[in-house]
Ligand binder design. Structure first.
Ligand SMILES: [Zn+2]
Length: 143
């Protein structure tokens, strides 16, 4: 089938992210290689993951804040099964403590699983995905 050929050719790129009304700003910023989070304009706290209402003060007002992209490893795991279509095997799934005090789930790249340590310094980079999207991923910090 012709359609299968196309998806095979594109399979080197990750699938495009699942976009919601609350998360679209995050993925649009990622296209510009910016890591962002929602900041509540009611109480000033960051919301991660994005959501319509502040869990601290119930405000629905928010603005976008650009983050440093720096953080440390909180925990990590190497999923082995099931293999998810569109994702290569052997990606380290990591929870990052971002410098701004929120946590983010991503992949940790450019390092062997056995070399990952708790609280190691990491930084964001952006990987091309399908449909022109970019995915924020992390790697050991350069400095
Ligand atoms: Zn709030």
């Amino acid at each position: 089938m012709g359609g299968e050929k196309v998806s095979e050719a594109m399979s080197e790129l990750r699938p495009a992210p699942w976009i919601t009304r609350d998360s679209s700003f995050f993925w649009e910023a990622a296209k510009r290689c910016e890591l962002v989070a929602q900041r509540c304009t009611g109480c000033g706290k960051l919301r991660q993951p994005p959501r319509p209402m502040c869990p601290f003060c119930n405000s629905v007002e928010r603005e976008e804040q650009v983050l440093s992209g720096k953080g440390t490893v909180y925990t990590w795991v190497m999923p082995r099964y099931p293999v998810i279509p569109g994702f290569e095997d052997g990606r380290i799934v990591v929870v990052i403590d971002l410098a701004e005090g929120i946590r983010m789930v991503s992949n940790l790249c450019d390092i062997a699983y056995e070399d990952v340590t708790r609280e190691m310094c990491v930084e964001v980079f952006f990987e091309e995905a399908q449909d022109g999207f970019k995915i924020p991923l992390f790697r050991p910090a350069s400095v």
